[in-house]
Design a protein around this ligand. Structure first.
Ligand SMILES: *Cc1c(COP(=O)(O)O)cnc(C)c1O
Length: 382
């Protein structure tokens, strides 16, 4: 199918292959090199041993996990959702996003998304036969441009696909930015899909605010979460969507025919995880914040201009000592050969010229010694 051809290869596949060939440290991959808490693993092990979840779990998710997701939304954000009708468990946040796109837009509908976007958004919009309309997060700070957003909305716009904390830039949208986006969504009667995979990964002074908490937004927003990101078990692929009954019913209708169900025993473990005390969530953030600080200050010392990462696993810089290369893609392809480190060029996640051509994404969800080793290698660029 021609419209899917562009997605046959991905930058992550290409850069991971180069990393393997060159023995480079892969700061391109967005997953932690340390697993989440043992107590969560123990619940999964016990579930398998006790025969819980080894056969198909209930189609929209284990009732106790749906209850735990609803409790989590209320505990952290004051959002009330009915676990019976307003929650669906998915195969990672990825399946939640793709089923929401397939369920909520029709051929020719326009989906507005901030760029650089997370790569699967482009795929999901194409699968739904909808049209992607990108609005730049403007470098060097990568803040959302509300005037550009307003200008991008047309009579064909159906849906706004939002992501905060934002991958790849590391920006966390402020309450003021979210309010301006919400005002437009209400004025133009748009549905919002809010990808909040990094909801627990925001750093001091930049708390995450779900857009569904703003007045008039809960009834038009599908909010998406990821246990992989919140508990450092990205291989388990447990995610969810919550929202108003009508939108979740539509998402369920599609999703049940994609993977049907997944992750039986892991669903028990994530129900436990979501109910862990605040100290877990705080320690997790603080640990990642330290890793962020190591990589940020190290890259700055090496001459990269780093945008402060307010959340996620990622940090965005300019090309720094690689500025002689014509663009970020060329620089990223050379970097493993020159310094034994992999980073991801942001331009492959952009439709507009001038947004990502001079920007690299570095993952700091790696052990401090790995980050220090990478920084040591990068001194070769001096
Ligand atoms: C990792 C990621 C996802 C996918 O999460 P899974 O739970 O692994 O499917 C979705 N959105 C963003 C922004 C991510 O970084």
């Amino acid at each position: 199918m021609p419209r899917m051809e562009p997605f046959a290869t991905s930058i992550f596949g290409e850069m991971s292959t180069i990393a393997a060939e060159t023995g480079a440290i892969n700061l391109g991959q967005g997953f932690p090199d340390t697993d989440g808490p043992d107590e969560i693993k123990m619940v999964a092990r016990a579930a398998i041993a006790e025969g819980k979840g080894n056969q198909y779990p209930p189609v929209h998710g284990l009732p106790d996990l749906r209850a735990a997701i609803a409790e989590h939304q209320e505990r952290f954000y004051g959002l009330r959702v009915d676990p019976a009708t307003d929650v669906v468990v998915t195969t990672g946040a990825s399946e939640a996003i793709q089923s929401a796109l397939l369920a909520l837009c029709d051929t020719g509908d326009e989906v507005v998304v901030f760029e650089p976007w997370f790569d699967i958004y482009a795929v999901g919009i194409a699968l739904a036969n909808a049209t992607r309309v990108s609005v730049p997060l403007r470098p060097p700070a990568f803040r959302p441009d509300i005037d550009a957003l307003r200008a991008a909305i047309t009579d064909r716009t159906r849906l706004l696909l939002l992501n905060t904390p934002h991958n790849p830039t590391g920006v966390v949208f402020t309450p003021e930015e979210l309010q301006a986006i919400a005002d437009l969504a209400i004025e133009r009667d748009l549905i919002v899909i809010s990808d909040e995979a990094y909801e627990h990964l925001w750093y001091d002074g930049h708390p995450h605010v779900p857009i569904a908490t703003l007045p008039g937004m809960a009834e038009r927003t599908v909010t998406i979460g990821s246990a992989g990101k919140s508990f450092s078990f990205t291989g388990w692929k447990v995610g969810w969507a919550t929202g108003p009954t009508d939108l979740i019913r539509a998402v369920r209708a599609v999703r049940q025919h994609l993977s049907f169900v997944s992750g039986g025993p892991f669903q028990y473990a994530i129900a436990h995880a979501l109910r862990m005390p605040d100290s877990y969530f705080e320690d997790f953030r603080h640990g990642l914040q330290e890793q962020r600080d190591i990589l940020t200050s190290g890259l700055r010392e090496l001459g990269f201009h780093a945008v402060e990462s307010e959340g996620t696993y990622f940090l965005t810089t300019d090309l720094g000592p690689l500025s002689d290369y014509p663009d970020a893609l060329t620089a990223a392809r050379e970097l493993p050969h020159r310094a034994g480190v992999v980073a991801i060029p942001l331009q492959v996640f952009c439709d507009h010229a001038g947004v990502g051509e001079r920007a690299l994404r570095w993952a700091y969800c790696k052990r401090p010694e790995v980050l220090r080793e990478a920084l040591g290698r990068l001194t070769a660029l001096a």
